[in-house]
Write a protein that binds this ligand. Structure first.
Ligand code: ADP
Length: 328
């Protein structure tokens, strides 16, 4: 059975982008078709300025939301990255296989380090080495496929390169993974700034639908989405990104096709209204289940404890082999 690994960073509240771009497919497809591991990758949340209590709270909330969204601990392994030491252990080996040039070329590093410098913050070294840890996350489990949004493609490519290089230099240890993307909504854009992705770490919450937003908040955010200067509803991601984004979201929420849906609407207002209602209905069960689970933290703790134990059992022999192969 093929092995799948994917993760989510507890750097903010989970968004509609996380759900449509990643989590929904983990729930509906991946956990049924593969031996799948899903991790709240909390070590990655420390690469930028962070508040310890907030990271801890958000990790827990993210794990609870993954379960609320439908990940079933009977079918897949759900765990918190820092509970399994093998990630950090293997990350160091990855840093010894990667080059600094490779790390500096990563688009996300360039963007995030620029943003940090612009706001007068220092750039943590871990922001640069982030892809080495992400490679370790993936490779530690002999992963075949990494289902992610398109923004993560470059990092998964690097994990592939490092696996190939390690195997070539030190003998075959790692499976060479590949990224897979959902067909629609691989990239949900910010409602107020449809040329940048809806990211949970962005400051401006007005363009971001959070999974735990109540129905009225979801409606308000979508009704206020920035559209384009034209009037016709056409699907054109370049010329009319705001409308295309709404069509993508509506299509993803209802199982339709964005280009076909464009022909159905005569005004931006009705498109927004239907999109808002579709998203409200999509998120309702997740929010309800989250409230139930959050009321029973011991149950969530137990799922995460068992998940970490299972993950450790898979990663440890492989990481031990890598240590031996590299000469330790
Ligand atoms: P974020 O960018 O919100 O911090 P993460 O890096 O934690 O998200 O990514 C979790 C998963 O969600 C990844 O698979 C990522 O590709 C996906 N994802 C994040 N934002 C979006 C988006 N706006 N559209 C589609 N997928 C997204």
């Amino acid at each position: 059975m093929k092995r799948i690994f994917s993760g989510i960073k507890p750097t903010g509240h989970l968004t509609l982008g996380n759900y449509l771009g990643a989590v929904r497919r983990w729930v509906e497809v991946d956990q049924h078709q593969a031996d799948a591991l899903f991790s709240v990758v909390d070590l990655h949340a420390l690469t930028v300025e962070h508040d310890p209590a907030r990271v801890r709270r958000l990790s827990r909330q993210a794990a609870t939301l993954l379960l609320a969204a439908g990940l079933d601990p009977e079918r897949c392994t759900v765990f918190v990255q820092s509970h399994v030491d093998e990630h950090a252990r293997l990350s160091y080996l990855m840093e010894c296989v990667a080059t600094d040039g490779e790390m500096r070329r990563m688009i996300q590093y360039k963007e995030k380090s620029l943003r940090a410098r612009e706001s007068g913050e220092s750039v943590r070294l871990s922001l640069l080495t982030y892809p080495a840890l992400m490679a370790a996350d993936i490779l530690a489990y002999g992963t075949d496929e990494v289902p992610v949004g398109e923004d993560q493609t470059q990092h998964v490519e690097l994990a592939r390169d490092l696996a190939v290089r390690f195997n070539h230099r030190y003998g075959h240890v790692f499976t060479v993974p590949k990224a897979t993307h959902p067909v629609v909504a691989a990239r949900v854009m910010d409602l107020q700034d449809p040329r940048s992705k809806m990211g949970k770490s962005h400051e401006n919450g007005a363009g971001i639908v959070y999974l735990l937003d109540d129905a009225d908040t979801v409606r308000r955010k979508i009704m206020r989405a920035v559209t384009d200067s034209g009037r016709e509803v056409v699907y054109d991601r370049e010329a009319a990104p705001g409308v295309a984004n709404l069509l993508d979201v509506l299509a993803a929420a209802t199982g339709g096709n964005p280009i076909g849906l464009a022909g159905v609407y005569e005004s931006y207002g009705s498109l927004k209204k239907d999109t808002a209602e579709a998203v409200v209905e999509l998120l309702r069960p997740v929010r309800e289940r989250h409230a139930e689970l959050a009321a029973d933290p011991a149950q969530v703790d137990e799922v995460l404890r068992a998940g970490a134990e299972r993950a450790r059992g898979m990663a440890r022999p492989l990481v031990d082999r890598a240590y031996r192969a590299i000469g330790l």
